[in-house]
Unconditional design. Structure first.
Length: 251
């Protein structure tokens, strides 16, 4: 029997979206995972960036039990998360031209690295410029976005392009314009966003693919273990020591 409560409807919507990205983005997930595995095998470093709530999915793959130890968070002051005051400042900074270039020029990123850029709309200056600048530096870019925005909104970058236009691999989250899955006659605005659930799942699928791809090549993937299991800290300590030149969140 179907659960028609708002909670049940949200779960149904999220599950439907997850099924869509599983089925429709399988090739892109494989390509993204392979790109990350290639980067690790070739001695490159891994970075992830997201602005505002898109940062949640980026943070979910950094210093994470069961995740790749080499994934580092690329931060832009005032943009990563909603802890800045006022919170609306982050949204404003996403539209500032030139900010991404300054961030990349002063970051550890170098040719041969890989950068995951997460932006639901993919329309703001920051993610577009970041992808363009990163690729000009020889960095391979994976974009995670809702491709629908490119056909239904106007780009806020001077080029008129979107994040999806400047990536080596694009992962389409399938999220509808506005990022709200539910409507009710008694509520004047749509509500219940699912982008975090879907984007986080997409990225974990990519991480799983990268780890498995490395193992298939005879390379032990640099995975972290939970510090709350016996031996976890010792395991992680060995990984940190072996890959200390490619991990930037510890030092």
């Amino acid at each position: 029997m179907s659960d028609r409560t708002p909670a049940g409807q949200f779960f149904d919507a999220a599950i439907t979206l997850l099924q869509r990205v599983r089925d429709e983005e399988a090739d892109s997930v494989r390509a993204a995972g392979t790109l990350l595995a290639d980067t690790v095998a070739d001695g490159g470093r891994l970075f992830a960036f997201g602005a505002g709530h898109s940062s949640l999915a980026a943070q979910d793959v950094v210093y994470r039990a069961g995740g790749l130890a080499l994934m580092n968070l690329l931060t832009v002051p005032g943009v990563v998360g909603v802890d800045v005051m006022p919170a609306t400042l982050g949204s404003a900074l996403e539209r500032v031209d030139g900010l991404a270039s300054v961030v990349l020029e002063t970051s550890p990123l170098r040719s041969g690295d890989a950068l995951v850029i997460i932006s639901l709309s993919g329309r703001n200056a920051l993610p577009v410029e970041m992808a363009m600048k990163a690729r000009s530096l020889g960095v391979r870019v994976i974009g995670v976005t809702s491709v629908a925005y490119a056909s239904e909104t106007t780009s806020r970058h001077a080029s008129g392009t979107y994040l999806k236009d400047h990536c080596d691999v694009v992962l389409d989250s399938k999220i509808a314009i506005g990022d709200a899955e539910l409507t009710l006659d008694t509520i004047p605005a749509p509500f219940a966003p699912a982008s975090t659930v879907v984007t986080a799942a997409l990225l974990q699928a990519v991480m799983a693919t990268a780890a498995a791809t490395l193992a298939e090549r005879g390379i032990e993937p640099p995975l972290l273990r939970s510090g709350n299991v016996d031996g976890g800290h010792e395991w992680n300590g060995r990984v940190f020591e072996e890959y200390r030149d490619r991990i930037f969140y510890q030092y």
